[in-house]
Design a protein around this ligand. Sequence first.
Ligand code: PHE
Length: 460
Amino acid sequence: MKTGREQWGSRIGFILAAAGSAIGLGNIWKFPYITGENGGGVFVLIYLGCIALIGTPILIAEILIGRSTQKSSVSAFSDLAGKESNWRMVGFLGVGAGFIILSYYSVVAGWAMNYTFMSITNFFEGKSAEQIGATFGTLFTSADINLLWHTVFMVMTIGVVIAGVKRGIEKWNKILMPLLLGIFLLLAIFSIFLPGWKAAVNFVFYPHLDKLKPSGVLEALGHSFFTLSLGMGTMITYGSYLNKKTNVVKSAVMVSALDTGIALLACLVMFPIVFSFGHDPSAGPGLVFKTLPIIFGEIGNIGMLLSIIFFALLVFAALSSAVSMLEVTTAYLIDEKGWSRKKATYITGGAIYLFGIPSATAGANTIFPDWAGMYGKNFFDSFDYLASNWMLPLGGLFVAIYAGWFMDPMLRQAEFKGGTKFTQSWFYSVWLFFLKFIAPLAVILIIAQRVGVIDIDKWI
Ligand code: PHE
């Protein structure tokens, strides 16, 4: 039933909501630390290539699929490919990925909440870089504090999703996304004056080929999906609340550009601090929490204020992404099973909360003490690895194959051009070429290399 379905209030509302989904912990927490772990430059270059050549074409495809069916992921595939079609599995894969990612995403958002409160108490003032580094370790290993924040964050996420698309998601993004960009620009200016600025720029932008680990390529690919919220039906679902008048291509390109801009800015803010204070760029998941407070602590009252604003905005950036993950599972149950929004949100949100508990306590290692010994990574990292590096790229691959090879060409073209002023079709042809050939091939090659079916090093 198409009547009565919620819609975004405006085009800019959609762009900000989609950007709100894309911009999150992925940009500010994850991208800098995996860049650090993978040696900088080359990793960044591969990541940018993945965003431009694979991510953005798939982003356009996801939004188109959503808009043309006005349905969330699983139902969209039922509509396009048939009720019995195996393509529905792509939708289910996404629902599963959303479930997994949100469960540990909430834990990281909890760290940001804890840091917001530490900022309010002016905790960082007068602390040395070592003390600030050690603080993160203490937080990471405290099961009860992590559980508390995980609970608070999931309650907030459920609250926003219950309020619905327009009132809940769109309203807040309109205010908070521009603010986030503003504070990052301000912090970047601070960083330029640090002694480590040059070393940081060199680290982030100069491709030191020897530093890339083979696993880094898969990680760059996985992260390009993670950061654009691709491969799990988020953008299909958000596209489904979009009217036919909106220019999808332009919106998608803007979302990609904003997302990439914030990720690079985050690096340019953080790495100068890392190099100025002799920190290790490969400090792992604690990077943002171990670096920024050093600067905040050094600049007195303004530092305290900036610190509060920064971590609070990080929480909101995380919330707007978390909301988009929960929306995928919720919209599936609403569209497919006819549940009310309230019931769907409570039940899925509750289940995700429970599944997140072992991640919240991963640092304390209380729930599955043998996990890391058996799987080589703790519970939290194992599921991050599974969802980001495997489920999202596979989901994205199938979306590209479906939209490129199986979707009704007339419908695809009409949706692509709807709302645009394109008179020539070259842009459409370029997009289709990327969707049909480049994106699937690249994903397949990277996965084949990763599982050892091929060895690209030998070809070069
Ligand atoms: N894109 C979000 C981020 O970068 C995470 C996300 C992944 C959100 C998948 C929705 C779907 O933080």
